[in-house]
Ligand binder design. Structure first.
Ligand SMILES: [Fe+2]
Ligand SMILES: [Fe+2]
Length: 254
């Protein structure tokens, strides 16, 4: 499948394209560190939220602990600045079988999709570290932008709607990331552009996996709710935002 074919359903799913002002800001050389460091954190967050969903909704305590152990070296590297990033590929594996809760009708499908997703996000995480190393960019902690919080504050407080909302939000974050990688690729140097394009395929599937799971869990038509989040998301993308990050709105005030 070509990029255009991969992107068509994503552009259809999103209510707006990334404003040109964001692309221009992100393509500036001096913003490369913030773009890459924030991207790095997004990959870890993507793995963490997928893991949260499995642990909360699909597995027993023992399986949940095995999942946490898998993520640990990646989290330690970021939050404690401990460990050697080059050793991470050897640690990207789940050593125990994850057993679904017996009363969960969608459990196995959620586990299968999310375990694969986590593996891929952790691989991306490593790839971003490799690129940062090549460009001589050092990790430093940065604050999260308003984007994820702006979406999550609309999550319903009761089940299964809360879970459905989180899955729909997962789909939007994945789709937007994919669209931004594609938009940014032609404006950065070849090494980075090729990397962004290489991410499109997995991120395109991730958004679809989230959406399928949301439909399964809801067991009814969710198009109204999807439309609601499309609008919230587009608002965050198209309004002025002083805090420039990977998922920020229209750069302003700088
Ligand atoms: Fe990713
Ligand atoms: Fe992803």
């Amino acid at each position: 499948m070509s990029h255009q074919q991969l992107l068509a359903p994503i552009l259809d799913f999103l209510a707006c394209e990334t404003p040109k002002a964001w692309i221009d800001e992100a393509a500036k050389k001096e913003n490369l560190p913030v773009v890459l460091i924030d991207h790095l954190i997004c990959e870890l967050k993507a793995a963490q939220s997928a893991m949260f969903l499995i642990r909360k909704y699909a597995v027993d305590k023992a399986s949940g602990d095995a999942l946490l152990a898998w993520l640990k070296p990646f989290e330690t590297l970021v939050y404690k600045r401990e460990g050697d990033w080059r050793s991470l590929p050897g640690k990207n594996n789940l050593t125990k079988a994850v057993i679904p809760k017996s009363d969960s009708p969608y459990g196995q499908d959620l586990i299968n999709k999310m375990v694969l997703l986590i593996k891929e996000e952790l691989h991306h995480f490593y790839q971003v570290l490799e690129i940062m190393d090549e460009y001589g960019i050092e990790y430093q902690s940065i604050t999260p932008c308003r984007y994820a919080k702006g979406l999550l504050r609309h999550v319903k407080t009761y089940e299964p709607d809360a879970m459905v909302d989180k899955l729909i939000i997962g789909a939007y974050i994945e789709a937007r990331s994919c669209e931004r990688f594609a938009g940014l690729a032609p404006h950065v140097d070849k090494r980075l552009g090729d990397f962004y394009v290489s991410l499109l395929r997995s991120e395109a599937r991730h958004y679809q996996d989230y959406l399928t799971l949301a439909e399964q869990v809801a067991g009814k038509d969710i198009s109204e709710r999807v439309k609601f989040f499309a609008e919230v998301e587009a608002e965050l993308i198209t309004t002025a935002d002083e805090d420039f990050k990977f998922h920020s709105g229209v750069p302003s005030g700088r």
